[in-house]
Design a protein around this ligand. Structure first.
Ligand code: FES
Length: 83
């Protein structure tokens, strides 16, 4: 049994961190792995096939990046966006 959207196939347990581009925290983390891993917010957008629109998500994306790269990745509160 899967927990993915029938239409877009995104993980429903993921938290949307960029409403303009409909990017989840898991999408951001996926851009941080591999040989061509993103190391800037701009690279995260590029890896995920989009670009910054309003920029409100930049701080959250940067925090996810810092935590992932430091190995201290933690879950976020869906209601507040805080960890
Ligand atoms: S919320 Fe991410 S660019 Fe607007």
């Amino acid at each position: 049994m899967t927990n993915a959207c029938d239409q877009c196939h995104r993980d429903l347990a993921a938290m949307i961190v960029c409403s303009c581009n409909v990017l989840s925290d898991n999408d951001v983390r996926s851009a941080l792995s591999g040989d061509d891993a993103a190391r800037t917010c701009g690279e995260v957008y590029g890896c995920l096939g989009c670009s910054a629109q309003c920029g409100r998500c930049a701080r959250t994306i940067r925090r996810i990046m810092n935590e992932a790269l430091a190995g201290t990745d933690v879950a976020y509160c869906r209601a507040t966006g805080n960890s």
